[in-house]
Write a protein that binds this ligand. Structure first.
Ligand SMILES: Cc1[nH+]cc(COP(=O)(O)O)c(CN[C@@H](CCC(=O)O)C(=O)O)c1O
Length: 306
């Protein structure tokens, strides 16, 4: 059914979608000084539920800290606003985008007297990397652009300005006929995707780059680590993965709120394992989707019902 969205919460009020606007001299527009979240609400067996809302809220407030952004709305207000947005628009499942940014006052790199603005929008968002991506996997290339280093910018903060690096890498891949990129860190080790974390399967064990490797501490990454260990897998969650290991991996997959669990079937035209979704990837993907469809008691606290 056509779920149209028409409302955005902005600075404490619900506004019509088209009225939720900012001035062209907004600090965040000129200098990338915004922080944001990507969260999914799933239509579970017991109704719409937001996946790991508390962890996403934690990260939202943490991301603001390096930039001294003062988010003047507390967790309860942001939670209530989000629930109301979902209810008002009859969204059973949706993608939720909270954003905070330095607004309009004076221009100049220092945001000195610019207000911090906050907005939340929700919309239906299907499979992030294409319809058959979840089943068949995607073809990626290793980008010629490297990830910014955590010594140059807080890569653990989900900062809007960081995503020019993601756009450069992702668009380079798509210009070359691939669905997505894999981005190496400045030392040349595997970091993550433009909008996803990455996992490698080798000899039945899972590996994912260390948080020190200039990557975002993904909440889906955290969830997959826990679920995989509960399934009995050994998970090396502070791994260093070289580019060469990408080609000799048995399996590779992306994780992310938007990407969920997406298999990678080729890197730079080299087939990975069987050249399609691998068995470990399939088991973890299936467990993830079963979980968000019908939450089990074990992970009950990962779900905030609308
Ligand atoms: C750079 C990056 N790394 C890892 C992740 C995975 O994090 P998590 O969602 O907490 O598991 C994301 C999420 N990317 C968000 C934005 C996507 C977009 O296109 O915008 C997302 O998946 O919502 C990233 O942007």
């Amino acid at each position: 059914d056509e779920m149209d969205v028409d409302t955005i919460w902005m600075d404490g009020e619900f506004q019509d979608w088209d009225d939720a606007q900012v001035h062209v001299l907004t600090h965040g527009l000129h200098y990338g000084t915004g922080i944001f979240e990507g969260v999914r609400c799933y239509d579970t067996a017991d109704g719409p539920a937001i996946f790991r809302w508390d962890a996403h809220l934690d990260r939202f407030y943490e991301s603001a800290k390096p930039y001294e952004m003062d988010i003047e709305h507390d967790r309860e207000e942001l939670t209530e606003a989000t629930m109301e947005l979902i209810r008002r628009q009859d969204l059973e499942s949706c993608y939720i985008r909270p954003v905070a940014f330095y607004g309009y006052n004076s221009l100049g790199v220092s945001p000195k007297d610019c207000p911090t603005q906050v907005a939340i929008a929700c919309w239906p968002w299907g499979t992030y990397l294409g319809e058959d991506a979840l089943q068949k996997g995607v073809e990626v290339m290793v980008s010629s652009w490297r990830k910014h280093s955590s010594s140059q910018i807080p890569t653990n903060a989900k900062t809007t300005g960081l995503y020019v690096n993601s756009m450069l890498a992702g668009e380079e891949a798509r210009r070359n006929g691939y669905t997505e990129a894999i981005v190496l860190d400045k030392e040349g080790y595997v970091a993550e995707g433009p909008g996803e974390n990455i996992f490698m399967v080798k000899d039945g064990e899972l590996y994912t780059p260390a948080l020190s490797q200039s990557i975002l501490d993904g909440i889906t990454r955290q969830s997959v680590i826990e679920v995989a260990r509960d399934l009995g897998y050994t998970v090396h969650d502070q791994a260093t993965i070289s580019r060469g290991q990408l080609h000799t991996a048995d399996e590779l997959f992306f994780t992310g709120t938007a990407a969920e669990v997406t298999p990678i079937r080729q890197v730079d035209n080299v087939e990975i394992g069987s050249g399609t979704r691998g068995p470990v990837t399939e088991e973890i993907q299936q467990t993830f989707f079963d979980l968000v469809e019908d939450p089990s008691d074990e992970y009950a606290d990962w779900f905030t019902y609308v």
